[in-house]
Write a protein that binds this ligand. Structure first.
Ligand code: ZN
Length: 164
């Protein structure tokens, strides 16, 4: 009687095992596909790249901020002159200044993107598409280290924007 109970219990365990088997296998396979994100080494490489880029952009901004007040002083002096030649100078100075400001804001934008990317690295979400959650292709990140979308989502977004 006792041996019989043990036998049936063993059979049940085996049945449970076979039932668990395939579903476990599927889960493992899914995890494998998702793990195709960046390796630790690649992450370190991109971190270095982003930090270098941040330093470069900060230096660029600093150089611009040092330069901008000088241009403003010149514009003021030219207006005081009142000659036609000076007006042309004012126009070109204003243009230069606006160009400079546009450049400055684009550098600031890029800096913000770089800092966001570094922030995502801290959170552990770097290299993951913000739209679909898939890993972003490493080749794409090498070209654009602060990319937030995978190439598929980016193309989709561009198509949507182009249709406007
Ligand atoms: Zn995506």
């Amino acid at each position: 009687m006792a041996s019989r109970t043990a036998k049936s219990a063993k059979a049940k365990t085996e049945l449970r095992r076979t039932r668990l088997g395939p579903s476990r296998g599927q889960k493992a396979a899914k995890t494998k596909v998702k793990a195709r994100s960046l390796s630790k080494r690649e992450l370190a490489e991109f971190r270095r790249l982003l930090e270098d880029e941040r330093t470069r952009l900060l230096e660029e901004l600093e150089a611009m901020e040092e330069h901008t007040p000088e241009v403003e002083d010149q514009v003021g002096m030219d207006i005081g002159g009142g000659y036609d030649e000076d007006l042309a100078d004012v126009a070109s100075s204003t243009f230069e200044r606006e160009k400079g400001l546009a450049l400055e804001s684009s550098v600031q934008q890029m800096l913000a993107q770089v800092e966001e990317a570094l922030g995502r690295m801290e959170e552990g979400t770097y290299g993951i598409c913000q739209r679909c959650g898939d890993p972003i292709d490493v080749a794409r990140l090498r070209v654009l280290p602060f990319a937030t979308l995978c190439i598929r989502c980016k193309e989709l977004e561009e198509k949507t924007n182009g249709a406007r």
